[in-house]
Design a protein around this ligand. Structure first.
Ligand SMILES: CC(C)(COP(=O)(O)OP(=O)(O)OC[C@H]1O[C@@H](n2cnc3c(N)ncnc32)[C@H](O)[C@@H]1OP(=O)(O)O)[C@@H](O)C(=O)NCCC(=O)NCCS
Length: 138
């Protein structure tokens, strides 16, 4: 199996294992993100510990679709490292990172700890969502 297939499979498996937070996504969504350079994984050798999937909007925002860490490796700083990498690797025209998180998810505490500012809460398809933003410039 190629490294690409391993990363895509592992990201999808970690995503599926957090289905209390996420809805369903096809494997193809992860494969497409990988092909576009928009799937970042944190790995230790062959083991994938976490992933972050994003896309760059036309208005200068790097939008995180979803990110998650393998349950066995929560609270080891992996999420913080992946967020740092997603920001550090962003082209200079990227102004900020934004994402939406279900209001009841513990991950809101993570984004707050990471210096994100809560912009709003809004109705999602299934749950209420909190909108978070962290500036990348200045
Ligand atoms: C959100 C998530 C990616 C964070 O990854 P992580 O690697 O566990 O987070 P880190 O270890 O980098 O945490 C950094 C800091 O954020 C805060 N934090 C992280 N998770 C937290 C939690 N569950 N409750 C409270 N604070 C938390 C803490 O301040 C933590 O520092 P500390 O461990 O020294 O106290 C991870 O919890 C996860 O995969 N959750 C399930 C999927 C999910 O909800 N994804 C986001 C959907 S919007």
């Amino acid at each position: 199996m190629s490294r690409e297939d391993m990363d895509v499979d592992a990201a999808k498996a970690i995503f599926d294992d957090h289905n209390d937070v996420f809805g369903w996504q096809p494997r193809g969504a992860f494969a497409r993100s990988h092909a576009n350079g928009q799937l970042l994984v944190c790995a230790a050798g062959r083991e994938v510990l976490g992933f972050c999937r994003f896309y760059d909007r036309r208005d200068g925002i790097r939008k995180i679709y979803d990110m998650a860490v393998a349950r066995a490796h929560l609270r080891e700083g992996i999420g913080a490292r992946m967020l740092g990498a997603a920001g550090a690797a962003a082209p200079r025209d990227r102004l900020a990172i934004e994402l939406k998180c279900p209001e009841a998810a513990a991950a809101n505490l993570f984004y707050e700890a990471m210096g994100f500012v809560s912009l709003a809460a809004e109705a999602g398809k299934r749950k209420r969502l909190r909108v978070w933003r962290r500036e990348l410039r200045g």
